[in-house]
Design a protein around this ligand. Structure first.
Ligand SMILES: *[C@@H]1O[C@H](CO)[C@@H](O)[C@H](O)[C@H]1NC(C)=O
Ligand SMILES: *[C@@H]1O[C@H](CO)[C@@H](O)[C@H](O)[C@H]1NC(C)=O
Ligand SMILES: *[C@@H]1O[C@H](CO)[C@@H](O)[C@H](O)[C@H]1NC(C)=O
Length: 366
């Protein structure tokens, strides 16, 4: 192939993979919707609040709300917040604690201590992984978004499943597997070499060991159609693995993992669009996103370049039921005042099918 044709080929490839994101909001300075009444404990946190400390970690979407978990730091009053998916005001929205300030009391084990992975299910539940604190064990919280955000379930992991010693665990990601008669959650516990499984029907959790001394950080679940696979990402390696979910359903079992491929960098976040069989990944300290068409052998394709962002966790994302990919992007480089800028972006990526099987939302051809 001549260099002329090679150049055209490469250009075509990169344009075909590019996705056009629209900016929904842009923040110079993130802020909370602070409570109006005098609450001395929150007043003190408010005095220590620094907008630059707000770092989005995980995201989920349901209806017209986005749910975000924030990195736990001094001066961050709540690690779980929500935002509307659209707003009429010219100024971007403030972060509202979810479900209320009452469930964000420090060192009160009856409230959320350190929200991490988030997922919503089609029945309107928000599932929240809570890594706890030095005082409080790890938990899973299930809220009913269609019933006034009431707490439907709180499951505290037994010590034998997730260590009650704060240094012995780090709960991170969650994915949901709806089976014929149950909802199972698969959760990563970075410090153990286990995958945690929770059954909503039995209100019971167990851990499954994966041999090979590997620590898992991010998760994505393949569509129901095939023998379901759980994709496993490592933050200390570029390697992508998979495990058959049938092996995770046996309590106290062991599950064999399979190496699928290697990314260019270490992923911290993955997401599978089951309408198009595309796996998205974001990487530690990297300003781009990649994807892999899981119907084909592993090939990494870039699909978004954020420029020079210089952030540890530049992106987090979630997919809604209409095939819209919602994404936050943090830029630590911009601004003469050296303040991070945050954006909420969205793009149509899915290949959602209507009841007649015709694509209604055209995917970006890649
Ligand atoms: C993105 O927008 C550009 C300019 O409007 C357009 O030429 C291109 O086809 C769009 N790409 C996709 C994937 O929609
Ligand atoms: C919904 O929750 C809010 C806040 O907790 C409460 O003030 C309100 O009364 C609740 N509404 C219903 C219908 O339960
Ligand atoms: C993924 O690969 C399959 C099989 O080659 C192909 O039919 C499909 O169009 C691809 N999907 C995307 C989104 O490129």
């Amino acid at each position: 192939m001549s260099s002329f044709f090679a150049a055209i080929f490469l250009l075509g490839l990169s344009l075909a993979n590019a996705v056009n994101f629209t900016t929904v909001y842009e923040w110079d300075k993130l802020d909370f919707v602070w409570p109006s009444g005098a609450d001395s404990s929150i007043e003190e946190i408010k005095r220590n609040f620094n907008p630059n400390d707000v770092e989005f970690q995980y995201m989920a979407v349901f209806g017209e709300r986005l749910f975000l978990s924030l990195e736990l730091k001094d001066g961050i009053p709540a690690t779980l917040v929500w935002l509307p998916t659209s707003g009429k005001s010219t100024s971007p929205p403030k972060l509202a604690p979810f479900p209320s300030w009452n469930l964000h009391k420090q060192d009160n084990c009856d409230s959320i201590q350190n929200a991490k992975g988030l997922e919503t299910d089609p029945d309107g539940r928000l599932w929240v992984v809570d890594d706890g604190s030095s005082e409080c064990p790890g938990k899973i919280w299930i809220f009913n978004l269609l019933k006034n955000d009431t707490t439907e379930r709180v499951h505290q992991f037994p010590d034998a499943v997730v260590s009650h010693s704060y240094t012995g665990r780090e709960l991170t990601d969650i994915v949901l597997d709806k089976t014929t008669d149950d909802h199972l959650a698969y959760i990563t516990d970075y410090y153990s070499e286990h995958i945690i499984v929770y059954s909503r029907k039995m209100d019971k959790s167990w851990s499954v060991i994966t041999p090979g001394m590997m620590r898992w950080y991010s998760l994505a679940l393949s569509p129901v159609r095939e023998a379901r696979q759980l994709y496993l990402g490592r933050i200390d390696s570029t390697e992508l693995y998979s495990v058959s979910v049938s092996e995770l359903r046996n309590e106290g079992g062991r599950a064999a993992v399979k190496l699928i491929g290697e990314w260019t960098e270490n992923p911290y976040r993955m997401l599978l669009d089951s309408s198009a069989n595309v796996l998205y990944a974001a990487f530690w300290y990297q300003s781009y996103l990649s994807k892999w068409n899981t119907s084909e052998p592993f090939v990494e394709q870039r699909f978004h370049e954020g420029g020079e962002l210089d952030a540890e966790w530049p992106f987090t994302f979630a997919l809604d039921t209409n095939g819209i990919l919602w994404m936050t992007q943090r830029n630590n480089e911009t601004g003469v005042d050296n303040k991070p800028r945050n954006k909420l972006l969205k793009a149509a990526v899915g290949a959602r099918k209507n009841q007649f099987g015709t694509p209604t939302d055209l995917p970006s051809r890649g």
